[in-house]
Design a binder for this molecule. Structure first.
Ligand SMILES: *[C@@H]1O[C@H](CO)[C@@H](O)[C@H](O)[C@H]1NC(C)=O
Ligand SMILES: *[C@@H]1O[C@H](CO)[C@@H](O)[C@H](O)[C@H]1NC(C)=O
Ligand SMILES: *[C@@H]1O[C@H](CO)[C@@H](O)[C@H](O)[C@H]1NC(C)=O
Length: 321
């Protein structure tokens, strides 16, 4: 069952599984459109249903995501393995080695991203691999009590990047990859210039990124079709159509080349290639047991109030969720 394997191996929240941060060896395979579509369906499915299972990271701070890990040129243990048993076939992901200005530098100057109304500075929200400061003070010793974090709602890009680092089917050969990850902190980058800056300040990182991508062989092979990125901000923030300073956001998703890039975002827009995924919550359990423990705890509480939630699509934006 390849589908099952894909779900469990890419997203199972198993903190003890020590997946080394290294690329898989080169393998011969056809790039397969079906597996590409399937991959995104599964990403969607899993993110929607059990995002909280994603992972649990004990280390403080974030781990860097270098394009080429040390020693990758010489270390190919896979050559010793039997190719016909390649469990990564159809699941390889290639990560673009982007210039640091698109990712590391953005969070390095985290104080520039912080807004006056933020509960914590963005620098603090980056702790625990983007989960934020741990919430302490629960009574009792149940292990789920260590799984609550004060998570900034816009931190999905950092959380996802750290999850991707542990993905076991990374490859340094884009020709066998079913998907190409663009490690651009789109939302965090934009947040620095959303208020009070002219449109060129808001647009230039996106324009710069597209120019960089479009010059690469990875892009030229299929006009960007396998590329995907994740945005911790809503798609509308990247959909400015006019050049009026008073209009909201950047024009990143309006750029023609953006059309073929898939964007996972906390609220999709009109692009066919937007895929809506949930906002990060405060609860980041590391295994099923903690989820069950939490459910048990809630069931036993005295719950005298009813409440409901009403949501709606944005009326003027067809296709938004
Ligand atoms: C690889 O494994 C397959 C069975 O899974 C076997 O038929 C084949 O002979 C093996 N090849 C090598 C080179 O070991
Ligand atoms: C936009 O603002 C930046 C500084 O904030 C400035 O350097 C640049 O010239 C401005 N661009 C335009 C087109 O007004
Ligand atoms: C997107 O991909 C399609 C092919 O599927 C191609 O016709 C189109 O030109 C691409 N768009 C851009 C902007 O490259």
């Amino acid at each position: 069952m390849k589908l099952y394997a894909l779900v469990t191996q890419f997203f199972a929240g198993n903190p003890t599984k020590n997946l080394k941060w290294k690329r898989q060896p080169r393998r011969k395979s056809c790039s397969n459109q079906f597996w590409f579509v399937l991959f995104f369906s599964v990403v969607m499915f899993f993110l929607l249903l059990c995002f909280n299972h994603l992972f649990f990271e004990k280390t403080k701070g974030f781990v860097y995501f270098p394009g080429k890990p040390a020693g990758s040129a010489t270390y190919f243990p896979g050559k010793l393995r039997n190719n016909s048993k390649d469990s990564c076939l159809g699941r390889y992901i290639y990560v673009h080695d982007l210039p640091k200005r698109f990712n590391e530098d953005v969070i390095k100057y985290c104080q520039l991203i912080t807004r006056p109304g933020d509960r914590y500075s963005v620098c603090k929200s980056l702790e625990n691999s983007g989960l934020g400061p741990r919430i302490k003070g629960f009574d009792g010793s149940d292990s789920w009590k260590n799984s609550w974090f004060s998570t900034n709602q816009f931190m999905l890009e950092v959380i996802f990047r750290n999850r991707m680092q542990k993905y076991e089917c990374l490859t340094d050969d884009f020709t066998i990859a079913s998907a190409i990850f663009v490690l651009y902190y789109a939302g965090l980058d934009l947040r620095r210039h959303l208020w009070g800056f002219n449109t060129s300040m808001r647009d230039s990182p996106g324009v710069d990124l597209i120019a960089w991508l479009a010059s690469k062989p990875e892009w030229k092979r299929n006009l960007g079709k396998e590329h995907f990125l994740i945005s911790g901000r809503i798609a509308r923030d990247f959909g400015r159509k006019s050049n009026q300073k008073s209009d909201w956001g950047s024009n990143f998703r309006v750029l023609p080349e953006s059309e073929n890039i898939t964007m996972l975002t906390i609220e999709s827009g009109s692009s066919e290639n937007d895929i809506a995924v949930p906002y990060p919550t405060y609860f980041h359990p590391s295994n099923d047991f903690q989820v069950h423990q939490w459910q048990e705890f809630i069931r036993k509480q005295n719950r005298p109030y009813l409440f409901s939630f009403a949501g709606a699509r944005r009326s003027k934006q067809k296709g938004s969720i």
